[in-house]
Design a protein around this ligand. Structure first.
Ligand code: PEP
Length: 266
């Protein structure tokens, strides 16, 4: 696969936001705004209680439903947890795993994230695996080592046949939800090149050319095109700006424009 053939993707991670009424309005606004446009893949990841509600709104649209997390068991005595079987049952196709808020606020280890990745894939969910360094690690020149470690461990023992069902999100921890501390598009491009290089070492050049690597960290309407136009930046994982339909739609439009540029024959 040539680099230009990767389809752009925009993922809205609503985190622990919205009420049922707000989720309804937001999802409907995105559905109406995207319409029949299919130049970009759009995925919405609402909180667990609103998955079915939002899933019903997305039903006849081009937008896909994703979850923000899951527990790596089919069912059982795991109070407060949600299984991939349940997520599939309410219409999810994707699950975000390894988000920095789960790594750093909930203490999820590399090994646990890997267990989740393998279980999600085996259950039938496609995986968006988040990786990214902290500010201290970047300052200590450990970015490459961290990305290596998180990718290696996150994808350990993943069946090669499942690789097309995995995408990577590079999310520098210091740039997430941080209006004062944006990564530059060049920093994103460099990190994506490191990740694609590591992916190539693990699974070969063809798999590395095919894998979608999206950027996340305060992507907003006014910087989306700058990120999405960069070499190897195949999409955006959007938190804050995904809570307003018009802002997410502006990012989707940037993805459509930059995707078109990339798809042009050279
Ligand atoms: C995220 O939720 O993964 C994220 C990148 O959030 P924000 O866009 O708010 O930085």
């Amino acid at each position: 696969m040539k680099p230009g053939q990767r389809r752009k993707v925009v993922v809205g991670n609503w985190k622990m936001h919205t009420t049922a009424a707000e989720a309804t309005q937001l999802a409907q606004g995105v559905v109406d705004g995207v319409g029949n446009e299919d130049g970009v893949s759009v995925i919405l990841c609402p909180p667990f209680p609103y998955l079915a509600l939002v899933g019903a709104i997305l039903k006849r649209s081009r937008i896909t439903l994703g979850a923000q997390n899951m527990y790596p068991e089919k069912k059982g005595a795991f109070t407060g947890e949600v299984s991939p079987t349940m997520l599939l049952d309410v219409g999810c196709k994707y699950v975000i795993l390894g988000h920095s808020e789960r790594r750093h606020k909930m203490g999820e280890s590399d090994a646990f994230i890997n267990q989740k990745v393998r279980f999600a894939l085996a259950s039938g969910l496609d995986v968006i695996l988040c990786v990214g360094e902290t500010l201290e690690q970047r300052k200590a020149n450990q970015t490459e080592a961290m990305l290596d470690r998180q990718l290696n461990s996150g994808l350990a023992d993943v069946p090669v046949a499942d690789l097309p069902r995995i995408s990577i999100a590079y999310e520098p921890v210091w740039a997430i939800g941080n209006a004062d501390h944006h990564a530059t598009p060049q920093q994103a491009e460099d990190a994506h090149a490191i990740l694609r290089g590591r992916f190539s070492k693990l699974f070969g050049k063809e798999a590395a050319e095919a894998v979608t690597i999206q950027y996340g960290g305060s992507v907003e309407p006014d910087n989306a095109a700058a990120f999405l136009s960069r070499n190897g930046v195949d999409g955006a994982l959007v938190g804050g700006a995904s809570l307003k339909a018009d802002e997410l739609l502006a990012i989707v439009r940037a993805g459509i424009n930059e995707g078109r540029v990339e798809m042009q024959p050279t």
